[in-house]
Structure formats: structure tokens, C-alpha cells
Write a protein that binds this ligand. Structure first.
Ligand SMILES: NC(=O)c1ccc[n+]([C@@H]2O[C@H](COP(=O)([O-])OP(=O)(O)OC[C@H]3O[C@@H](n4cnc5c(N)ncnc54)[C@H](OP(=O)(O)O)[C@@H]3O)[C@@H](O)[C@H]2O)c1
Length: 360
């Protein structure tokens, strides 16, 4: 099969860089175009990821893949979709609101931005969790008169939460969820990002707009398709989102009230078995297991567990009964915010949609 030519917009940012690392040598997708702001336009990727004084602005653990070093960065404001059949968008929401519909008029757009997440005809795919929401793609195309469509991924903090709740909801029903996050610095992006003076020796107890996003997206992702719409899951979700002094990987403390009592062994079993069919599809970015459970009471630890299966698995641990909630359980999770939580998660969605003939 010849590879599908794609563009990465916001390629110089944290999520964009992760796109390039994850797309290097990809068997189905080939990056032929990169774009960012007018600050980077006209430079090569190698030049655009250095600041004016020559200091590196490349933040991935892996280096800039050699195959993209000489690609010229286009200005996203004047970029066209000529020569590409898919756009990955990794820009802030205000830029995405203008850019993504322009691209979607001709080709599919898979995005990490929140701009269109809450619109009725827009699915928010979480790999293995809600592929049935793909029915909205046809509706979106028809309603908006586009050849393509917009498919945003969830907020990086929603990813681990919705992933671990889905099998619990299917097996036992979920009534109520309380969650406190400890989120990595890279989740704030690099422009301007979080300054060292604010975060060293500190925890910041507020991330603007984050809690509302997680509450809203979780019930949309866990919702069911009915006719032309998603009916949000009837689950009460309440979160506190904090920023901690960790570079990559979000940690979450989760309390769940189930509809039916479940033993801890039953919960571990449904987590272990969840998403088994995804691993059989032969998608290059899919993890062997979506949820990996650790028995060690000192795990998950963000530094040790965020890279599980290439940063694509959600790692859970410290599962125990919760005496304060009826049918209550509680656990900790770690999920990689720029891999499954942004770029590589978006690539996995693209691989799935290619496999199902939704991206050609
Ligand atoms: N970081 C994460 O963990 C994460 C996780 C999930 C979702 N997201 C979402 O992904 C998107 C990107 O986040 P990020 O963390 O990668 O941010 P970032 O590091 O700040 O990168 C922003 C990117 O957008 C470009 N850009 C800035 N202003 C622009 C403009 N006016 N026109 C066109 N391009 C412009 C930048 O280009 P220049 O280099 O030229 O300035 C850069 O490529 C956001 O919507 C964010 O919410 C991020």
C-alpha cells in the first residue's frame, strides 16, 4: 500500500514534535508538509526548533527525525491542503477554530485542539473506547458540506480517566466519579508554558478551563449514539486539576461509585481484557493492552510507568475498596500526555480510520 501524504500543523510545538517522532518511517502515513506560525514560516524544521540565540527548542526525548530536518515550515495561515490527504492539527484552540474548517473542506483533520470537541456533530475518539461514534462523521460532512471532517482527540487528562472508566461502566455501571489530577509541565505547551519560578518546589492548584473540559468530555466519550447524536453518559463527574513538577505524564487519583458491587478481582479482569480487539487490527501505534495493572502498591509512578508500551498504555494501580461511597472503589493511574494523550493517540485514530476506509 502506498503511504497517505499528510501535513502536521503546529509541527514546532510539543505535540507537533511528538507527531514527527511518531510518524518517522510510519508504514501507512508520510509527512510531506509541516506548518506553524509566521515566526517559523520559511525556516527548515531544524532551524525552526532553535531559538534566536541557537538554543534548542526541541523537547522530545528522541531527536528530530533526520527525514524531517530539511522540510520547510509553511505559514499555517496561507497553507493549503494541496498534495495531502490528511491533516494533523496541533495548534492552540483559537488558531484551530479558523484553520481546521478550512482544511476539513477538502481533507480529514485529526486534531489535538479543543476547538470543535464540544460540537454535536463532532466525535471525540478515544482509541478502543468509542469507535461507534464514527457515525457522526457522515453527519458532519453532510451538515457542513465538507469533503473531509474534523476529529479532535480528548484533553490529555480525560484520556486515562475515560479509558479506565469505560470497562467499569460496561461491566458494572458507573454512577459517580471524583478525580484529582497531578499534571505534567509539557501539558501546558511551550509557548509560554509554565515558568521554572512558578513550578519548582511547588504544586499549582488550578489549570484554567481544564476541569470543565474533563467533566464534559468524559461523559461525551462514554455516551452512546442515538440517531444523529451522542447522548452523554449519565455519570456525575467532578475533578480537581493541578500542575506538578513533572515533565511528562499525568497522574490521577480516582474514586468511583459503581452501580453494582464488584470485587477488586472482577475489576482487574475487565481492565485486563479491555480493548483486546484493538490489538488484533494490526495498527502500528496500538498498544498490546490499553490498560496495564500494577500490583506493587508503590506503582504507578509517573517516571517509571508513563512510557509503558511507547506511552500508549494507561497504567493503573493501588486499586482498593472505598468505604465512603456506595459500591465505591479507588485507584491511581498514569497516562502519557503527549503520546496517547495527544500526538500518538491521534495517529492511532488515523490508522483506525484508514483501516476502516474513512480516510483514503
Ligand atoms: N502538550 C500536551 O500535552 C497536549 C496534550 C493534548 C492536547 N494538546 C493540545 O495540542 C495543541 C498544541 O499544544 P502544544 O502543547 O504542542 O503547544 P505548543 O508547544 O505551545 O505549540 C504550539 C504550536 O502552535 C504554533 N502556533 C502558535 N501560534 C500560532 C499561530 N498564530 N498560527 C499558527 N500556528 C501557531 C506554534 O508555532 P511556532 O513554533 O511557530 O510558534 C507551535 O507549533 C493545543 O491545542 C493543546 O491544547 C496538547
Amino acid at each position: 500500500m502506498s503511504r497517505i501524504p499528510v501535513a502536521v500543523v503546529g509541527a514546532t510545538g510539543l505535540a507537533g514534535q511528538e507527531f514527527l517522532v511518531s510518524l518517522a518511517g510510519h508504514p501507512m502515513l508520510e509527512v510531506v508538509k509541516v506548518a506553524a506560525s509566521s515566526r517559523s514560516a520559511g525556516k527548515t524544521m531544524a532551524q525552526a526548533t532553535k531559538d534566536d540565540k541557537g538554543a534548542s527548542r526541541w523537547f522530545c526525548t528522541e531527536p528530530l527525525p533526520a527525514e524531517f530536518a530539511d522540510l520547510k515550515v509553511e505559514d499555517s495561515a496561507s497553507m493549503t491542503t494541496d498534495g495531502v490527504r490528511l491533516v494533523f492539527s496541533a495548534v492552540e484552540a483559537d488558531v484551530a477554530r479558523e484553520l481546521e474548517p478550512k482544511c476539513a473542506a477538502t481533507v480529514p483533520v485529526i486534531s489535538t485542539a479543543s476547538a470543535f470537541r464540544y460540537e454535536d456533530d463532532v466525535p471525540v475518539f478515544l482509541p478502543g473506547v468509542n469507535w461507534d461514534h464514527a457515525a457522526l462523521i457522515d453527519l458532519q460532512r453532510k451538515k457542513r458540506g465538507w469533503k473531509g471532517f474534523i476529529s479532535p482527540g480528548p484533553n490529555c487528562t480525560t484520556v486515562g480517566l475515560a479509558m479506565t472508566l469505560k470497562p467499569l461502566d460496561v461491566a458494572f455501571g458507573v454512577e459517580k466519579v471524583l478525580m484529582t489530577s497531578m499534571q505534567a509541565l509539557s501539558g501546558a505547551g511551550r509557548s509560554p508554558g509554565v515558568t521554572a519560578m512558578d513550578i519548582l518546589d511547588n504544586i499549582i492548584p488550578y489549570i484554567p478551563k481544564e476541569e470543565e473540559k474533563v467533566d464534559k468530555e468524559t461523559i461525551k466519550i462514554l455516551g452512546r449514539i442515538s440517531g444523529d447524536a451522542i447522548v452523554p453518559a449519565a455519570i456525575a463527574v467532578s475533578c480537581t486539576c493541578t500542575r506538578v513538577n513533572v515533565i511528562e505524564g499525568h497522574t490521577e487519583s480516582v474514586f468511583v461509585q459503581l452501580k453494582r458491587k464488584a470485587s477488586l478481582a472482577d475489576i482487574k479482569k475487565v481492565w485486563r481484557e479491555f480493548g483486546a480487539e484493538l490489538a488484533t487490527l494490526g495498527l502500528p501505534s496500538a498498544p498490546k493492552q490499553l490498560i496495564v495493572e500494577r500490583e506493587d502498591p508503590y506503582r504507578p509512578q509517573v517516571r517509571l510507568d508513563r512510557d509503558e508500551d511507547g506511552g500508549m498504555a494507561t497504567v493503573v494501580g493501588r486499586l482498593r475498596e472505598d468505604p465512603a461511597l456506595p459500591n465505591g472503589v479507588k485507584y491511581m493511574l498514569v497516562s502519557h500526555n503527549t503520546r496517547m494523550g495527544a500526538a500518538k493517540g491521534a495517529i492511532l485514530v488515523a490508522e483506525y480510520l484508514v483501516k476502516k476506509g474513512r480516510i483514503v
